[in-house]
Design a protein around this ligand. Structure first.
Ligand SMILES: Cc1cc2nc3c(=O)[nH]c(=O)nc-3n(C[C@H](O)[C@H](O)[C@H](O)COP(=O)(O)OP(=O)(O)OC[C@H]3O[C@@H](n4cnc5c(N)ncnc54)[C@H](O)[C@@H]3O)c2cc1C
Length: 190
């Protein structure tokens, strides 16, 4: 079983801070050259539309429970592994709290076995998948602009969020803080 969530940065706007500053300076007729200070001030005053010019794309491996929560964020683009077309054998998310719970792991194993039996009898994947649980692992590629990423991280890296989602959002935040500290550094301090 994989240790998930796995969060991999696939792409990020190059020189994002310069681009954001360039866009913001257009509003005020000022000359670019101080991206860090300006971006911090614009975020503080709520002038966050300038952040929409930059974006990041991540490949995320997580449970279907978490991916269902992820796709509720509408200001994003997604491409998700299909349970109708992908031949991969199902693998499952095991929350740390349930790792020693034999009933949980037994039911996952039985479910995977039954799924395999159905496929073996010629039942199409699009039907057999109905018995796969929310713990089934999936891969999803997500692109969000920086404004939406800040919103997503505020909601989902919070202690109120579901733990797997919080882990996923915090992994994204760690990457983004390292790549673009002026845009995400304040969130990492909270
Ligand atoms: C702790 C927690 C518990 C939750 N529990 C539940 C639950 O029990 N049941 C449930 O159904 N959902 C639940 N949710 C999901 C939540 O209601 C949102 O659907 C989800 O967080 C997506 O956020 P968002 O609406 O800000 O969407 P995003 O797509 O991230 O949108 C970003 C922002 O754009 C604006 N926006 C986007 N679309 C519209 C629109 N159509 N109209 C107006 N403004 C818009 C809003 O300002 C929005 O905040 C929960 C979320 C969290 C964090």
């Amino acid at each position: 079983m994989l240790t998930v969530p796995i969060v991999q940065l696939l792409s990020i706007t190059p020189e994002a801070e310069s681009l954001i500053e360039r866009a913001g300076c257009t509003c005020y007729g000022s000359t670019p050259g101080r991206p860090t200070q300006r971006i911090a001030r614009w975020i503080e005053m709520g002038h966050e539309s300038v952040l929409e010019h930059a974006s990041a794309t991540f490949a995320v491996t997580c449970s279907r429970v978490a991916s269902h929560e992820l796709v509720r964020h509408r200001l994003a683009s997604y491409s998700q592994q299909s349970q109708r077309y992908c031949p991969a054998e199902p693998d499952f998310y095991v929350p740390a709290e349930l790792a020693q719970e034999p009933l949980y792991t037994e039911l996952l194993r039985d479910g995977a076995h039954t799924y395999g039996l159905l496929l073996g009898q010629g039942i199409p994947r699009q039907l057999a998948r109905y018995l796969l649980p929310g713990a089934t692992l999936t891969e999803i590629v997500v692109t969000m602009n920086f404004r939406e990423l800040r919103h997503f991280i505020r909601l989902r890296a919070s202690p109120r969020a579901q733990p797997e989602m919080a882990e996923l959002a915090r992994a994204m935040l760690a990457i983004l803080t390292q790549k673009v500290p002026s845009v995400f550094g304040d969130l990492a301090k909270n």
